[in-house]
Design a protein around this ligand. Sequence first.
Ligand code: MG
Length: 371
Amino acid sequence: MLADYAVRVEDSRGRRHFEPPHAYRNGFQRDRDRVVHARAFRRLEAKTQVFTRRYSDHFRNRLTHTIEVAQISRTIAAQLGLNADLVEALALAHDLGHPPFGHAGEKALDAAMRQHGLAFDHNLHALRLVEDFELRYAAFRGLNLTFEVREGIVKHSHDYDAKDHPELAEYLLDQRPPLEAQLIDLADEIAYNTADLDDGYEARLLTVEQIAEGVDLFARHYREAKSRYPNAAKKLAFNEALKSIFDEFVGDLIANTARRVEAAGAHSLEDVRRHTERLAAFSPPVEEARRRLKEFLYENLYYIPALATEKEDAERIIRELFAHWMEEPGDLPRNYREKSAVEPLPRVICDYIAGMTDPFIFQQYKKYCGE
Ligand code: MG
């Protein structure tokens, strides 16, 4: 069933700590299950994706977004003959390292770290989570995931330079990740670019006319939906347009990736790894439409005044709490105080904050910064 360029679980480079094989679950299936049972995974439910619950309780959060990415990724993997178990494990893990408050939280945490000559990167944080912070097993710290899942967590969305990241040397930084990891980033794009239009429209922050005006791709699909269902309510015509945009992205990614693999003459995982660039990609016109849609969302949704207060609150809360613990490390929980004996204090505080849910960080802010 697997294509010749797919990852085969029997060829896995294995886990850090030896574990006997399971009776009926292979290594990637076990990794997927370990991710689902991790505490960091459950916390995704209470982390903002784009909209807080101020707008509605049926908008996406990090957990439902993650499930959407897993669904899209499995569909694409099946069509391309890729390893669906590995893909599912990677999709479910892809946002584990995100801090509270969505993109604003990520920027604020990174800014706080830069004051101390350090940085915050959600992929690297996710790796630390699965390698060290999750404590579920008596025999080792972390989830003891297979090499391929750890590699995908680090490399799915961008390439790290070996010079800047000697600690990542084992992850074959001079090679491309397998297609199973490459497609996660694109499935993520498909998921949030369409979902954010949907939630933005539902929140009444975007109108159909405004989207059609700014995004040709949407205008075309909306016209088609209207001509197919002339009497449909506006929201249902909008849904139909969104559904066919989604379909166009997914179909294009499958067809274009298959074309690129063929053109590159990639017949093995090694060929995929050694190719000069990533082989998973949209075709040029669809890539251009994706870029335009994303640009539209930045201009008309992510940075609009209606969402500014929440962003500013997020930045202030992270900035002030970070500064508070820098001054009063005694206020950190005991296990974090202990960690600060072996790691720089800013890193320990960053790890603590990055793991928090939105409600928990609010509570901490009230406790230590008063309000
Ligand atoms: Mg994501």
